[in-house]
Design a protein around this ligand. Structure first.
Ligand code: SD4
Length: 327
């Protein structure tokens, strides 16, 4: 409701003449598209992944669901051997095994996840099967892999020649220090709103390069790497997963939006929470993106260099996220 109209209505109400017709005018006003305009469909993803957001947009434009859009969107990156942060071609753990983590969440708060999954190109689709075909939320390691074969997924070698050569080089020093903004397409987190206004999200990664075998980060953990609440919005993360898990980052951001913060304000607060737990050293990267029910978006990170893609009827844009530490 416009401020002037609100004041007018308040004075009428104080005068005790707030008639039913004025009340109903207010109701209509609240729903006026200019007051509560919802931008949908829309898709948003971590990093500059135009092919992934393009695919998701295609699904959304063809009246697909947000769930299908985010699954099919991130699958593009999982299948891309040149993306060394997710799926096939991902960087391995220190033993040379590519182990993948992913999760997916829908409008009804159903969710599915796989952790430490080997030999399967599309962990996001296995996560969706966990969500839809089992009474569980998360499957790990060998169990997840056997489940995938049961569901018809094919076994494939995920270690590309490039990632293998880099790993062999790494072994010479075996120094473990995650590199900030390792490349321009890290963990892919994607959030979408479909034509019906429903929200879904997906998150997929090969995790930190050269991690200890068995290590799992934030990306497949519901609430940490991804969280959706269809009444409020969604959030997803990229960066050093341990830090996101410690603050249950994506859940925190959605809760902050529930309390009235914009997606941008909520992402900033989420990053600041992590900063407050790391007063000594800030030599790592975290990036969050978020969307609310109205299709407003936001993104924020610790170090400069994080970008996120947004695709809506307003266009297809790669946004530079503002950062806590300036250049
Ligand atoms: C993880 N969050 O496994 C992922 C990795 C990542 O930039 O996003 N790296 O901790």
């Amino acid at each position: 409701m416009k401020r002037r109209k609100f004041l007018k209505n308040s004075s009428l109400s104080t005068a005790g003449i707030f008639s039913a017709s004025i009340l109903s005018a207010c109701e209509t006003d609240k729903k006026h598209p200019l007051v509560n305009e919802i931008l949908k469909p829309i898709v948003i993803a971590t990093w500059d992944v135009p092919n992934a957001t393009n695919k998701a947009w295609q699904v959304l434009s063809e009246t697909g669901t947000a769930l299908d859009a985010v699954e099919q969107g991130v699958m593009i990156e999982e299948a891309d051997i040149n993306n060394q942060s997710v799926g096939k071609g991902g960087r391995p753990d220190r033993e040379g095994n590519v182990t993948l983590d992913a999760c997916i969440m829908d409008k009804d708060s159903n969710c599915g996840a796989v952790v430490c999954l080997q030999n399967i190109v599309h962990p996001i689709s296995v996560a969706r099967k966990v969500m839809e075909d089992t009474p569980h939320v998360m499957l790990a390691g060998k169990g997840a892999e056997l489940f995938a074969y049961e569901k018809g997924f094919k076994k494939e070698n995920l270690l590309s020649e490039k990632s293998k050569a880099e790993w062999i080089e790494w072994k010479k020093t075996s120094k473990y220090k995650p590199i900030i903004n390792i490349e321009n397409h890290d963990t892919i987190g994607m959030l979408a709103i479909d034509r019906k206004g429903d929200i879904a999200g997906a998150c997929t990664t090969s995790g930190m390069a050269y991690k200890i075998a068995g290590r799992v980060g934030d990306s497949p953990i519901i609430g940490a790497g991804l969280f959706i609440d269809n009444e409020v919005g969604g959030a997803t993360a990229t960066g050093v997963g341990e830090e996101v898990v410690r603050t249950v980052g994506s859940f925190l951001i959605v809760e902050l939006m529930r309390q009235g913060k914009t997606p941008q304000q909520a992402c900033e607060e989420g990053v600041k929470r992590i900063i407050s737990k790391n007063k000594e050293k800030l030599d790592f990267q975290i990036g969050f993106i978020a969307i609310n029910k109205n299709g407003e978006t936001g993104g924020y990170c610790i170090q400069p260099g994080f970008t996120y893609r947004v695709y809506s009827e307003k266009g297809h844009v790669n946004n530079k996220a503002s950062s806590y530490i300036s250049t």
